[in-house]
Design a protein around this ligand. Sequence first.
Ligand SMILES: [Zn+2]
Length: 146
Amino acid sequence: MTMDLCPLCKQEGDRVALITVESLVKDYFRKHLKSYTYGFCTNPKCNVVYYNNDTDEIYFQRDLKVPVWFKEQDNPIICYCKNVTLKDIIDEIAIKKTSSTVEDIISKTGAMKGCQCKTQNPSGKCCRPVLEDAVAFALELRDKEK
Ligand SMILES: [Zn+2]
């Protein structure tokens, strides 16, 4: 379905609901939103975040209030509800060594407990899979030091 392809990189994206886009675009753009669902470009190298090819809407990273974690960030936000970054997780696991599992990170940082994914996370989804990847990454860093 060509309507699901990002207008810039032409890769197939995910879908997000209006409520997510509405919450995360800068205030100026809110009143211009015309669609109920948007494409969400998942290509890390592409600057487009949200789009709708039927209404010719495109929103770039710079049009959003928050950085999208997989779009080439130095210190990506992992949990948007609680503002937990990759660096926070690396700190806990590889530097302070006070956590070693996803559950530890959840109890130490409050990550994933915000439950406002629909309006806080650019994907509109729970950060759990991303959190799991971040923990695995931090464990790898920790074990490399040994
Ligand atoms: Zn794209």
